[in-house]
Structures are given as structure tokens and as C-alpha cells.
Design a protein around this ligand. Structure first.
Ligand code: KG4
Ligand code: ZN
Length: 358
């Protein structure tokens, strides 16, 4: 039996410092030997959002013991590691630089290959940590910074089918939470409060619902929440607004995912239609339920990452590292941090007031 690759993944693009070691079994299924994530929520919550300088300082303070813990927990010896994969973008440049520089220095000192990873590709491959999943597939990436439908043709080969033209969906959840007086990051709390509310109480707008293919827009929804929130007086009304917001998001995703299925089928001719939902918002159970039902209706097989791999983590970065390692796709030690790094470089920039759909 040949030695299986052992990959160290490092993540520091935003407010999680993370390291993980993964390998794979004889069937090519990944094995997670360790997965350490240290969140900075407590540092940022009093500011209501991530403060880049504080985030970078915290990454610097923690990165060495997080990586050491990942190695210790894995039971692997340092010199058995075959390659080091670090997130190189997109993200906050001061944060990215910490994990990227650490990974490069570690690779250099061990004389092992270095692999620069796109954080979004980490999310795109995250369901592979727990399920067998082959290319091609349709991806809905829903996180704090991104909301996109992508056709995943192969490793590092993406075609964007739709994107948000303003706020990301996680951002809309977090902003709604803030308006309702819930601590950052409020997305998961909206899901909890929604259970106590009447989703039909408030009629909220669904921007570009009947146009723009599978492009998305959430800014108008947030503005409507802000206007209604000024009038509400009771906790029950707050729960009703949270529930109405979540229901509206679900209705938008239902319609737009149907459009994305149509676009995907134009792009890829395949009998086996697979739909992956990844990123922090993929943890939302109501969204999962609706998308599972839609997949059953339209003959798609749904794939969700395990809840622990929805948010930012380094196992997903190691997963990309593992696939690149097997293809011999290594990076130079001069590889820069890339704050804006779309998965589909050909896709048009679709943000701002100038974007119009017929
Ligand atoms: O992928 P992620 O951890 O970080 C980014 O790369 O952005 O996503 C974080 C986002 C936050 O906006 C958070 O509020 C949202 O995911 N989120 C949720 C839930 N859990 C996390 N939004 C709605 N419902 C949830 N259960
Ligand atoms: Zn992320």
C-alpha cells in the first residue's frame, strides 16, 4: 500500500484562525485527522462586525499554537506532512498575510511543496470532506461575503451562473439581526427567533424576483426590514419580522435555484444532476429543507457539508490542497495574498446601482 498524502491546511482569511491535517483512504475518501478552529467572535462583537486590525493581531497571536495543535491532535510527525496549503484569498489582506506567510515559511523549512488556495474553492469542495462527490456539479455558495451560483466543471474550473448584485445573503441575515438588536454575527439567531414568529405577518420585497436569471439582490429586503423595525414594539413583532425575513429569503432562493438548475442544464449535459450548497448560511436548516425538497422535485442529488464545515475552517482548505497535490499543482513561494479573487475570472463584475436587468 503506497503512502497516502498528508496535507496541512491553514485558514486566516477573516475572523477564524484554523489548521487541519487530512489524508485519504484507499478508496480516495478524505480522512480528517485534525480540525482546529479558533473563532474571534468575542473580539469583534462589541464593534458589530469584523475589525481588520484586531483580526490580524489575533491571527498572529494564535497561528503557531493552532498549527501545533492540529499536528499534535493528528498524531502525525511534522516531517511526514507532504504539502502545506494556505488560503491566499479572497479576504482581508492583513488577515490573509498571516496564514499565507506562516504556510510558506513552514513549507520552506520542511522542504515540502506549498499550495495557495482560493477560500471560495475551499467552500466549493467542503461537502467532499463527508461525501463522495465527483465533478461536474452546480454550486450555491452562500456565506457572509458571497452569494453565487456556479457551475463547477472541474478542480479550479468554474463558470459563474449568477451572483448577488448588492449584499451577500449572510450579510442580509447579519444586518437584519443587527436591526433587531441581536449581537453579531446574528445569522444563526435569526433562524432561532424565526421559530417563534409568524412568517406571514410582514410582506417583504423580493428584488429582481422575476428577472435577472439566477442573479440575486438583498439590499431592498434589508431596507424594508429597517423601515418595519422602526414601528415594532413587542418581542412577538420582532419574532414575526425575523420569521418573515427568513421566509422571504427562502422564497427568493427557491425561485432562483430553479432558474439556476435551468442554466446549469444548458451548460452541462449530464444524467447525474448534483447540487451542492456550501458556506456559512448552508447551516440554516429551513434553507436546507426547502432546497432538499426542490432537489427531490427536480431530480437533483443534494449535497451539504457537515455543519462543522459550513463556516470557515481549514479542513476545506486542506481538501483543495489534497486535490491539487494529487495533480502536482504547486505554487511559488512568491504567491501573493489576493483580496479579490473570483472563482470565475471571466465573469462580469455585477455590483452597484448601474446593474440593470430587462
Ligand atoms: O462561510 P462563513 O463562515 O464566512 C464567510 O466566508 O463569509 O459564513 C458566515 C455567514 C455569516 O453571515 C453568518 O451570519 C451566516 O453565515 N450564518 C447563518 C447561519 N449560520 C451562519 N445565516 C443564517 N442561518 C444560519 N443558521
Ligand atoms: Zn468563508
Amino acid at each position: 500500500m503506497s503512502k497516502k498524502p498528508l496535507i496541512l491546511g491553514i485558514e486566516s482569511s477573516c475572523d477564524e484562525t484554523a489548521a487541519s491535517i487530512i489524508s485519504e483512504n484507499d478508496q480516495g475518501i478524505p480522512i480528517i485527522l485534525s480540525n482546529i478552529v479558533s473563532s474571534q467572535i468575542d473580539i469583534h462583537k462589541e464593534f458589530g462586525g469584523v475589525v481588520p486590525e484586531l483580526a490580524a493581531r489575533s491571527h498572529i497571536e494564535k497561528i503557531d499554537w493552532i498549527v501545533k495543535k492540529a499536528i499534535d491532535d493528528s498524531g502525525v510527525k511534522i516531517n511526514e506532512i507532504d504539502a502545506i496549503a494556505s488560503t491566499a484569498g479572497p479576504g482581508l489582506i492583513v488577515c490573509l498575510s498571516v496564514g499565507l506567510s506562516f504556510g510558506k515559511a513552514f513549507a520552506l523549512s520542511l522542504n515540502k511543496p506549498f499550495i495557495a488556495v482560493n477560500h471560495l474553492e475551499g467552500h466549493a469542495l467542503s461537502p467532499k470532506l463527508s461525501s463522495k462527490l465527483n465533478y461536474p456539479y452546480l454550486l450555491l455558495l452562500i456565506s457572509g461575503g458571497h452569494s453565487q451560483y456556479l457551475c463547477v466543471k472541474n478542480l479550479s474550473n468554474y463558470k459563474r451562473l449568477g451572483t448577488t448584485i448588492d449584499d451577500a445573503i449572510g450579510e442580509a441575515f447579519d444586518k437584519t439581526a443587527k436591526i433587531l438588536g441581536i449581537e453579531f454575527p446574528g445569522g444563526p439567531q435569526i433562524e432561532i427567533l424565526s421559530k417563534k414568529g409568524n412568517p406571514n405577518k410582514y410582506n417583504l420585497p423580493k428584488p429582481i424576483f422575476n428577472k435577472g436569471g439566477c442573479n440575486l439582490s438583498f439590499a431592498g429586503l434589508k431596507t424594508a426590514v429597517l423601515r418595519i423595525a422602526k414601528e415594532i414594539k413587542t418581542d412577538q413583532e420582532k419574532f414575526d419580522l425575523a420569521a418573515s425575513f427568513q421566509k422571504t429569503v427562502i422564497e427568493i432562493l427557491y425561485k432562483k435555484t430553479k432558474n439556476a438548475f435551468f442554466e446549469f442544464e444548458k451548460e452541462i449535459k449530464t444524467e447525474e444532476k448534483k447540487f451542492v450548497v456550501a458556506g456559512g448560511v448552508a447551516a440554516n436548516k429551513e434553507i436546507r429543507n426547502m432546497l432538499n425538497n426542490l432537489c427531490a422535485e427536480k431530480n437533483y442529488t443534494p449535497f451539504f457539508p457537515n455543519i462543522e464545515f459550513c463556516g470557515d475552517n481549514a479542513a476545506m482548505i486542506a481538501m483543495v490542497g489534497l486535490e491539487k497535490f494529487k495533480k502536482g499543482k504547486f505554487s511559488e513561494l512568491s504567491h501573493p495574498a489576493i483580496p479579490r479573487w473570483p472563482l470565475d475570472k471571466q465573469a462580469k463584475f455585477l455590483k452597484g446601482a448601474g446593474v440593470k436587468f430587462d
